[in-house]
Design a protein around this ligand. Structure first.
Ligand code: AMP
Ligand code: FE
Ligand code: FE
Ligand code: ZN
Length: 290
């Protein structure tokens, strides 16, 4: 069993990279990958812990690449996973542009704070940084602040009222677009993978294939077939797409610790179990890029 989609305190997870490694060892995982949103700041710690525990790991990232719209009433965020063959100065240097993404994120966060305060919700940016444990504040941290202070009864409710596109204080965040994100990952020697495709809510095969083909033309090399939100029919669908477009298949739970308490590392909602062979194939692909 492996888990190639994990978040740490360096984005909106609640575990340190070291804790992820230790938990992975306890679960008997063969390999893990850290895929924090728009940052690789946790990878040094992951690499050190994995080396001590002799666990196979992949340095990774999950890039927000703007939104995709099928129709007027359909707007979904595109997330692209980047997996890198090793963790060295060359790759770190190639990923320097991620600093800009952090700046865009902070600008967006401060704008949400201002809008909330405009609606007499007395949140401060500093409280969110406290809650997040770092400067890397994300909307789930806003959601938790809103719950703790009595403005929402659940994460879903907080997103519905305030944080999702169309909601009261939703603010678009500048990101690299799909091409820019794929180029960034590939220029660092990485493999670009479409994350949790089901979350795009594209139900017709024709529409999905049009979208996927465009991404493949832009340099996409993989698709996350196995993940918590994918049911058996989804897995069959994306396996079929992977074969048709010659894409590597990856898998992981999208574990966020206490931020998404229903998702367990390694098991997702209970039925996700990603086979070791998925790691072996991705590792072979990464090694072929060296
Ligand atoms: P951000 O990167 O700060 O824009 O926030 C993205 C995070 O918000 C991701 O972890 C998503 O899983 C989470 N998210 C996005 N939409 C929702 C939603 N409707 N309900 C719960 N979580 C969401
Ligand atoms: Fe997240
Ligand atoms: Fe995601
Ligand atoms: Zn994720």
């Amino acid at each position: 069993m492996i888990d190639l989609h994990l978040h740490s305190i360096y984005s909106d997870g609640t575990n340190t990279p070291r804790e992820l490694v230790e938990h992975g060892v306890k679960l008997g995982l063969r390999a893990i990958a850290l895929t924090d949103h728009d940052t690789v700041r946790g990878v040094d710690e992951l690499a050190a812990a994995a080396k001590e525990q002799r666990m196979d790991f992949i340095p990774g990232v999950e890039l927000s690449a703007g939104t995709f719209s099928l129709r007027k009433d359909h707007q979904k965020e595109v997330h692209i996973l980047g997996y890198f063959p090793r963790w060295d100065d060359k790759i770190k240097a190639a990923l320097e542009p991620l600093r800009q993404v952090q700046i865009w994120r902070e600008e967006r966060n401060r704008s949400i704070v201002e809008k909330l305060r405009g609606y007499h919700v007395p949140v401060t940016y500093e409280e969110l940084v406290d809650l997040a444990g770092s400067n890397n504040v994300g909307r789930p941290h806003f959601a938790h602040w809103l719950i703790e202070n009595g403005y929402a009864h659940s994460v879903g409710d907080a997103f519905q009222q305030f944080l999702t596109p169309g909601a009261l204080t939703f603010t678009e965040r500048k990101t690299y677009d799909i091409k820019g994100s794929i180029d960034l990952i590939r220029s660092a020697g990485g493999v670009a993978v479409l994350a949790h495709p089901k979350a795009l809510h594209i139900f017709s095969d024709d529409d999905f294939e049009k979208f996927l083909k465009d991404m493949v033309d832009k340099g996409l090399e993989g698709i996350e077939v196995y993940c918590s939100v994918h049911l058996p029919a989804d897995i069959r669908r994306y396996e079929r797409m992977a074969q048709k477009y010659n894409l590597i298949m990856t898998g992981g739970t999208d574990f966020h610790g206490k931020m998404k308490p229903d998702i367990r590392m390694g098991y997702g909602f209970g039925y996700t179990k990603v086979d070791d062979s998925v790691y072996d194939k991705l590792r072979a692909k990464l090694d072929s890029k060296k």
